[in-house]
Ligand binder design. Structure first.
Ligand code: IPE
Ligand code: IPE
Ligand code: MG
Length: 233
C-alpha cells in the first residue's frame, strides 16, 4: 500500500478564539495565524512533501462582518505580495482553488500572476483554498462534464473517478493523505469532500496561531504508524 506522504491538507481554525483568549480583536488572531502558516509552509516544503493545501477562506466566510472580511482580504494582499515570495523562491508552485470570481480584481490579478510565474516549479505545490467550497467545486465540475456530454465531446461511459477528479480545481494534485483541523472542532466544513475520501483525519485542540512544526511532526509520526486499508483486510 502506498504509504509515502505526498499531500497534507489543513483546516486552519481557531484564530478568533486565540485572540479572544488574550483580550485582543479577532484580527490579531488572523495576523498571528498568517505567521504560523508561513512557518508551517516552509517546514512542509523542507520535509520534501509534494503538496500542502490550506483552507484560508471558505465560501461561507463571506457571510462574516464586512470589517473582518476586509481585514482578511488585506492580509491576503500582503501575504500574496511578500510572504509568498519567500515560498516561491524555494521553488514552490502556487495554486489557488475556489470561487475566484468573488475576489477583488487586484487580488485575482496577483493570483493569476503568481500561478503563471510558478507553473513549472515542481518541488512543492502550495495550494491555497480561497473563497473555496467543496460543494460548489463539485457542482462546477458536474456542469462542465454535462456540457461536454451535451455537445457530444464526451461519452457517458468515459465518466469515471479519474476523469471526474480532473474536472475539479485540484486536478493534477494527489488526494490528501492527511487532513488536520486545529481548534478542537471535529467537522469538515465543506473542505475537499471528494478528495478526502481516504484521507487520515487528525483533530487537535491547539488553536491555529499556536500550532507548531513540532506538533506537525507528531501528527506525521502518528500517520506513519496508521494502517490504511482502503476497504481491504
Ligand atoms: C480560522 O479562524 C480562519 C478563518 C476561518 C478565516 P476563525 O476565524 O474561524 O477562528 P474561530 O473559529 O472563530 O476561533
Ligand atoms: C473553516 O473554518 C474555514 C477555514 C478555516 C477557512 P470556519 O471557522 O469558517 O468553519 P465553521 O464555521 O467552524 O464550520
Ligand atoms: Mg472557525
Amino acid at each position: 500500500m502506498d504509504k509515502k506522504l505526498k499531500h497534507i491538507a489543513i483546516i486552519m481554525d481557531g484564530n478568533g478564539r486565540w485572540a479572544s483568549k488574550q483580550g485582543l480583536p479577532r484580527s490579531a488572531g488572523h495576523k498571528k495565524g498568517a505567521e504560523t502558516l508561513q512557518e508551517i509552509a516552509k517546514a512542509v516544503a523542507d520535509m520534501g512533501i509534494e503538496c500542502m493545501t490550506v483552507y484560508a477562506f471558505s465560501t461561507e466566510n463571506w457571510k462574516r462582518d464586512k470589517a473582518e472580511v476586509d481585514y482578511l482580504m488585506n492580509l491576503l494582499r500582503q501575504y500574496l505580495k511578500s510572504e509568498l515570495k519567500e515560498i516561491k523562491d524555494r521553488g514552490a508552485r502556487i495554486k489557488v482553488i475556489g470561487e475566484r470570481d468573488m475576489l477583488a480584481p487586484d487580488i485575482i490579478e496577483q493570483i493569476n500572476n503568481l500561478e503563471k510565474e510558478t507553473l513549472n516549479n515542481d518541488k512543492f505545490t502550495f495550494c491555497i483554498a480561497l473563497s473555496y467550497g467543496s460543494r460548489a467545486e463539485i457542482l462546477s465540475a458536474v456542469r462542465r462534464t454535462s456540457s461536454l456530454v451535451a455537445k457530444g465531446d464526451l461519452h457517458l461511459d468515459d465518466i469515471d473517478e479519474n476523469m471526474f477528479s480532473n474536472m475539479l480545481y485540484t486536478s493534477g494534485i494527489p488526494d490528501p493523505d492527511i487532513v488536520i483541523r486545529t481548534s478542537g472542532e471535529q467537522r469538515i466544513s465543506n473542505y475537499l469532500l471528494w478528495q478526502l475520501a481516504y484521507s487520515e483525519l487528525f483533530f487537535t485542540k491547539t488553536l491555529w496561531p499556536d500550532f507548531t512544526v513540532n506538533e506537525l511532526k507528531e501528527i506525521i509520526n502518528d500517520f506513519n504508524s496508521r494502517e490504511r486499508r482502503y476497504g481491504k483486510v
